[in-house]
Structure formats: C-alpha cells, structure tokens
Design a binder for this molecule. Structure first.
Ligand code: PLP
Length: 463
C-alpha cells in the first residue's frame, strides 16, 4: 500500500496521547540494538536475520506467530550475571519468565541456579538435570504435594511465604526425616517505581510476611524453633521492571536491620540474603537498563555497607533475575493479515497472534516497539496499532508504533523483547494454538518448545 492510500498518515501525530511517540523515528528500517537480541541484524537484501538465519526462512519452517530466541544472547546474558556476582554470590534465574528444558540445560552449563514457583516448573528443572541443591522453590500457596516433592528432591531452599507455610514445610520435612533449608520472604514496605500490579513489596499484597508490626521477627522465631527447618536467610523481592536502585537500597537496609535484630535476640547470624529479581530491560528505545556488573557492584556495596554499620558479617547475597536475562533475547515473529487505516486516527495492523501470545500489553499496559522485518521500505511512516486476532477490543500487542505506510498483508513484522512473560503467560484463548519457541544459534534453528496442535487441544477435551 502506498502512502497515498493512507491520507491520514501525516496528521496521526496530532492525536497521539501525551507521553507517547510524537514523531516517527528517523529511520524505520534501523534496529535499535537496545531492544533487539544481540545477533539480530538486517541483511543486504533487507531481510532481518538472527543467529545468521533469515526471518523468512524461520517463518517458512516454523510458521507464525513464533517466538524466536537468540541462544547465544541468552547464554551471554546469563554468563554476564554469573561473572558480575562472582563466586561469593548466587544468581538464581527466575524460571517464571520463561522455562523449558533447553533453558535449564543452558543455565546449568553457564553456572546459574534456578528459582521455580510451582510443581510444573520444579519437574521441568529436575527432568532437565538441574541439580536439586541449586533450585529455590517459591510460591505463596504451595500445595502439600508440591512441598513434599521439593523436600524429597532435596531442593537447596524453600522460600517460606506465610505462617501457615512455616508450620506446613516443617511438618512435612520432619515426617520425611529431613531438615529443609529455608528462607523467609518478607515485605519491607518498599514499592518499586513501576506499574502497580507488578510491584510486590508494599504491604497490601499476597506475597511474603510484613516486616511491619514485628510479623517477620515472629516468623523467624517460629522457624528457628522447628526441628524440620534450617533457616538460612531472609528474602525480599520489591517489584518488576525496576531501573532505579534506590528501592533495593531501602530494602537491603531493612533486611539487614532484621538480621541485626535476629542476632541480638537469638545470637544467630543468618548466612544468606536474597534480594529477588525485578531488574528492568529496554522494551523501547526510551528505556535505559543497567548492566549486570553495575547492578552487582551496587547491590554488593549496599549490603556490605549496611552490614558494617550493623556490625554483622556480610551474608552471601543471591539475586533472581528473570526478565533481565531472557527478556531481550527473543522477538515474536508475526505475519500481517489485515491493514485497516482509520481516517484521522491510526492504522490497525492485525497479526496472526495477539493477547494469547503476549498478554502484557493488556495486563500491564506494557509498551513495545515493532519493525517490518521481511523487507525494507522507504514509504512514509504511518502511526500504527498492532492488534491480534482475538475477540477482544483490548487485544493489543503494540499500542503506538510507526510502521512503513506501504505495509501489506503477508509482510512479516516482529516485536522485540518478548522473551520474558510472553510464552510463559500464553493462553489458548479462542482455542489459539500456542506458538513455538525457536532457538537460533550460529546458523542453526530448532524448536525448543513446539507449536501446539489441534490434537493437543482436543486431547484435553475429554467430552
Ligand atoms: C520472588 C521473585 N523472584 C524473581 C522474580 C523475577 O522477576 P524479574 O523477571 O522481573 O526479574 C519474581 C517475579 O515476579 C519474583 O516474584
């Protein structure tokens, strides 16, 4: 479609809501390395490649929509976290961001530990050979069966989330003749600077035990008394997509304050502290995430300083990045189905996926960018909204983005930074078949999670 077919194009910027793009980027064919996986580039023929393979070849072999994951980038980011924190700290990849058996093997090979938060994630980790002592088991409502499975497997730690769970895990461990290593997750009253629904350390929420009112201190008292538990540390997770380290500073101060109170009351110095995950990534060119070495330096300095002033031995630190490792390593590849210009407003571009493969826009108002990847274009930019094929008007993948005005059905477009919380939150809404995750590395591609089939859908429908 030529620009003349989009007469409203140049006036689109007038109707943009405040705070959104006011002008199209200088070059719509450019790919900002901040938001795209590291091996992504545009070839001389205009087609985008990843790991040396073109998106057109990937679309032909695996279909669309598909999550395309740059394995080399994943390994490099995992390794950067591992190296940044060094041998005196532990990095637990948060499996909720995206977990598959291949991912577990990569993490194992790169020397990372793994945080799981359900029986399903635990079984995936164990079946792919992650040593149990490198697994942390999370969750605010673990079932007795899940707890028993974790204790029997000898997981490295269970993170206790409530008073009832303290008693439950102690009872199960004791009845199995074991002493389970545990941490207590506390809420320190810090609200990270992020969307309300994904900020998890303020007190009015379902996770953890509040520090306020002495509840965390009481939880420690109980855990220390129970034979089935070995209390190794305190856990705090303050939110998601965080860029500002000041929230961690306050959290560390409060956690160390609790460690000091524990030492004073019980004569025990707990050896570990976990500061959770939540470090932000670039979803658009406006985001400026920090590098793992800066984060490691900052967190280590904060904890060391707090411990020195509390006259405590510095505990072993652990962190749980999920999004910061896997998020930037994947993009979602879609085929354009229909292009619908709305005079004076914007152009709706419908793709062959939608909220079933990326719920984050509908759920969190998340922002993404998008690019035409099967060719270049010199057409004028048009303000577009990329939407899915589901029966919901809120089925939006990219709310505001500029795409070339000649975009047409059959073009391939890709949304970068979809490695985290997209496949793991994917649904079968409208009986969509969840897309595959295709890992690409050095000229080779393979599905590490295959596309669902109609047989998969019908197998669960037992009539
Ligand atoms: C306890 C805990 N650790 C780690 C994470 C991972 O967060 P992110 O993927 O933002 O790093 C989460 C996310 O909700 C969490 O709840």
């Amino acid at each position: 479609m030529s620009r003349s077919a989009h007469p409203a194009g140049p006036r689109h910027a007038d109707v943009l809501p405040e705070g959104h793009y006011s002008a199209p980027p200088a070059d719509l064919n450019a790919l900002d390395s901040k938001v795209w996986a590291r091996t992504v580039e545009r070839g001389e023929d205009g087609v985008v490649t990843v790991g040396g393979i073109s998106v057109t070849q990937l679309a032909e072999e695996y279909g669309t929509p598909a999550y395309v994951l740059d394995e080399a980038d994943f390994r490099a980011r995992a390794q950067a976290w591992r190296t940044a924190f060094g041998a005196d700290a532990d990095v637990f990849y948060a499996g909720k961001a995206f977990l598959s058996r291949a991912v577990v093997r990569w993490l194992h090979e790169e020397g990372l530990n793994l945080d799981v938060c359900s029986g399903g994630e635990l079984v995936t980790a164990l079946s792919a050979g992650m040593p149990a002592d490198r697994i942390a088991f999370h969750g605010n409502n673990k079932s007795p069966q899940e707890i028993e499975r974790a204790v029997r497997a000898d997981v490295g730690r269970i993170v206790l989330d409530s008073f009832q769970e303290i008693a439950r895990v102690a009872h199960i461990a004791q009845s199995l003749g074991k002493r389970q290593r545990v941490q207590i997750r506390i809420t320190v009253g810090v609200e990270a600077h992020t969307h309300e629904f994904i900020a998890t350390a303020h007190e009015d929420q379902k996770f953890g035990i509040p520090l306020a009112g002495g509840q965390a201190a009481e939880a420690v008292r109980r855990a220390l008394q129970l034979d089935g538990l070995e209390l190794i540390g305190i856990h705090s997770h303050i939110g998601s997509q965080i860029f500002d380290m000041s929230g961690f500073e306050v959290a560390a101060h409060r956690v160390v304050g609790l460690l000091k109170d524990i030492r004073d009351e019980h004569g025990v110095e707990l050896p570990e502290i976990d500061l959770g995950g939540g470090l932000g990534i670039a979803y658009t060119s406006d985001d400026d995430p920090r590098e793992p070495h800066e984060i490691a330096k900052s967190l280590t300095e904060i904890v060391t300083r707090e411990c020195e002033s509390a006259k405590l031995r510095t505990p072993r630190i652990s962190v749980e990045p999920g999004r910061a490792i896997v998020g930037p390593t994947a993009f979602t590849l879609y085929e354009v189905g229909t292009v619908k210009p709305l005079e004076g407003l914007r152009t709706y571009v419908s793709v062959d996926g939608g909220m079933s493969d990326n719920i984050r826009t509908a759920l969190y108002d998340a922002e993404y960018t998008v690019a035409l990847v099967s060719r270049t274009s010199d057409a004028e930019p048009m303000l577009a909204r990329v939407v899915g094929k589901h029966c919901e008007s809120g089925d939006i993948v990219v709310k505001d983005a500029f795409l070339p005005g000649d975009l047409a059905p059959g073009d391939l477009i890709a949304v970068p930074a979809t490695g985290a919380y997209c496949r793991s939150m994917a649904s079968n809404y409208n009986h969509a078949l969840r897309p595959p995750v295709v890992a690409v590395r050095e000229g080779e591609a393979r599905a590490i999670v295959r596309r669902e089939t109609e047989e998969d859908l019908l197998r669960l429908d037992v009539g």
